[in-house]
Ligand binder design. Structure first.
Ligand code: XMP
Length: 311
């Protein structure tokens, strides 16, 4: 039977109301479609009894907190923003192993959320976990930061009761629900962006200076490589250096990889055939606007064997 977003919304708003009743719930939003859909669904079901929180962890895309705040303001929802950049950078300091970085991010995220739960006196956390997150975590490929029980975290440790209204849905279904809930296309059709943010796009240590580079490159690729067939597009900062030539002098510089994939559910993916002209434009902008980059490469690997993200 075809998926009906209207039926889904009607069922889930009732279900949330039964589960949460007159208690209060918090939704941490990152500006991604899953968490924003959760916020809209929760608002519809629970009215004023929700707190929508944006943890500004320093790993978001350019302008993200402002964009998200503007949207929620426009629909009458107050967005709480916590500047927690320092604690995230402190937790990630010195870590180069992908799994260690994911764990550092996850622990800091849930510890901070635990503080928010106490400070806003809420009883429930509504989280935008979707079906692909669960499948991937079951396979044990990566520590997906948001499937608490599967990664051996007891939500009660963080003072949380977790509710996951989107857990049966795949991304394309979440987008349908998002639109029906009034999220503009800008958010409903947004490319997926992982919870640990730009930290997943950096090989090696995640420090503010390196994040700044990949934030600039991300903006360039997202603006230039567009189209309905693209599931996700990203720029990744590698940890190796390459020899370059700047103003006639030898210089060791950074390497940035561009990755654009087609996919339906993120479980498998294939590289997009981007026109050379587009790639050349992106290359020129990255070389000009991102300091210290001497090499730009395009990744042609499918998933499997590669994953979509680099860590
Ligand atoms: P991979 O890299 O595992 O990614 O092929 C599959 C999809 O999941 C996203 N992703 C994440 N999303 N928390 C998330 O919310 C995470 O820790 C995480 N890691 C990967 C990735 O962007 C892709 O869409």
């Amino acid at each position: 039977m075809a998926f009906s977003p209207i039926k889904f919304i009607s069922e889930k708003t009732k279900e949330l109301k039964v589960k949460i009743g007159n208690s209060r719930a918090i939704i941490a939003t990152s500006g991604g479609v899953d968490s924003m859909t959760c916020a809209m669904l929760a608002r519809k079901s629970l009215g004023e009894n929700i707190v929508v929180l944006f943890l500004d962890d320093g790993l978001m895309r350019e302008g993200e907190p402002e964009e998200v705040r503007k949207f929620f303001e426009s629909v009458g929802i107050n967005l709480e923003i916590w500047d927690v950049k320092e604690s995230f950078f402190e937790a990630l300091k010195g870590k180069v192993d992908p799994e260690e970085k994911r764990i550092a991010f996850r622990d800091t995220f849930y510890r901070t959320l635990g503080q928010a739960v106490k400070s806003y006196s809420v009883d429930f956390l509504i989280q935008g976990t979707i079906a692909a997150d669960i499948v991937e975590t079951q396979k044990g490929i990566k520590t997906q930061h948001n499937v608490l029980s599967q990664i051996g975290l007891n939500p009660a440790t963080f003072g949380l009761q977790v509710v996951e209204p989107l857990r049966e849905l795949y991304k394309h279904q979440v987008r349908e629900v998002a639109k029906k809930l009034g999220l503009p296309n800008k958010f409903a059709e947004r490319k997926p962006f992982p919870g640990p943010g730009l930290a997943t796009r950096i090989i090696g240590e995640v420090v503010p200076e390196r994040v700044e580079k990949i934030r600039k490159a991300t903006k360039i690729v997202e603006m230039s490589i567009t189209g309905a067939s693209i599931f996700q597009v990203m720029a990744v900062l590698l940890s190796d250096k390459a020899t370059g030539m700047v103003q006639g002098k030898r210089m060791l510089g950074d390497i940035i990889a561009i990755r654009a994939v087609e996919s339906k559910d993120a479980l498998t993916a294939s590289p997009c055939k981007i026109p050379w002209a587009t790639l050349f434009k992106v290359r020129d902008r990255i070389l000009k606007e991102v300091p210290g980059v001497v090499k730009v490469v395009y990744d042609i690997t499918p998933k499997p064997p590669s994953t979509i993200e680099y860590i």
